[in-house]
Design a protein around this ligand. Sequence first.
Ligand code: EPZ
Length: 430
Amino acid sequence: MGSKFVIRGGKKLSGKVRICGAKNSALKLMAAALLADGPTILTNVPLITDVMTMAAVIERLGASVSYETPDTVKINPGYSLYAEAPYELVSQMRASIIVLGPLLARLGRARVAMPGGCNIGSRKIDMHIRGLELLGARFEVGHGFIDATAEKLVGNKITLDFPSVGATENLLMAATCAEGTTIISNAAREPEIADLATFLNQMGAQIEGIGSSTLQVTGVKRLKGVEYKVIPDRIETGTFLVAGAITNGDVLLEDVVPEHLELVISKLIDIGADIKVDGNKIRLKGCRKIKPVDLATLPYPGFPTDLQTLFMALLSMADGTSIITENIFENRFMFVNELNRMGSDIRTEGRHAVIQGVPKLTGAPVKAPDLRGGAALVVAGLAAEGVTEVLDIYHIDRGYQNLEHKLQMLGADIERLGAEERSSNLRVIK
Ligand code: EPZ
């Protein structure tokens, strides 16, 4: 049985906190390192369980992975990679599918366990497969595995039905070593894609259109190992901004890229927060009265689906009714039932959630259903009256490094306990 967070709500957060490197970039850069003919050093890598799982995946493929410091990872693909990413690792983390492109480019074959769905939706990979077929790969799917082979990858024009982050990344990596030129249209534009493309170009790839929805890749013969710093995590940044807003606090976030959160910042200002941006710092002063706003999740630069749950928690105490529409995943309202047990008044209908603001939330034992739903329950607990216990926090450890320590530094009353432990310094209100 895992551990839990015990949170005594009502403390205003204040102080400063440094944001870590982006989970959703680091995982892909680690996979891309398999393309290099020498060692890669990644710095500003977050110390989270998804990164450790990805390290296990690429070690299983035959590469060597070592931590030079807590946030610096060295990856050496070596000379003979295996082509199989096993089920027990892929089932732990769907993002493992991102080794498909690099293995096809490097070995001409790949055997990856089907990632399966996860708590937020079916997570299909049809766009990954169709795009790689256009580059010359052949696929057989069966017995829970995807078997891909490619005599040779040849550049082609690919138009994605939807700007899928993972499909764009797999295709980008496969195209770097394909013969000739590849055009990826309707490509995803998330900052993590630009980080991957910049990293690949530093390795010797020839990618143009970085940051746009049309990427042009001219294939090259080899890619070399380089040293590279992962961009800051915009979702961790958004998480702490919401934590500051929901507790009417005053927080200063350092090592961030404000440009990656333009719409998030604008929504927080609409809600009533006072935000100052200064270089790689963002300062947020919360607001006593939270104003209701409507938001719809969309591919970047639209509102990020990964912050939908955090804003749901914040808007649950707004002075009015808000509507949130989740357009990216078909099942990302899982945590609403848990939040309603804390006194929120939210009804979901398909992709829409109607949030009637309530004057306060009350602490309760709740279960994290997934990574960002869990983070939202922690943030709700910071503002709730009384004690909140968040169980199944292994979900949260996948994407946040030392979440409770960072919140403690900001004045939150939160501790991590074993599932059966009782809090020593918290009066549990009967
Ligand atoms: C990445 O997932 C992120 N994960 C997600 O963050 C993020 O929510 C998502 O992008 C959207 O921004 C990582 O980077 C590891 P998609 P990914 O391919 O690549 C459908 C977090 O909390 N789809 O853009 O899986 C898919 O089912 C995680 O950090 C297809 O139908 O996202 C989904 O509904 C959660 N066919 C939608 O597109 C495909 O071939 C978006 O998926 C591919 C995707």
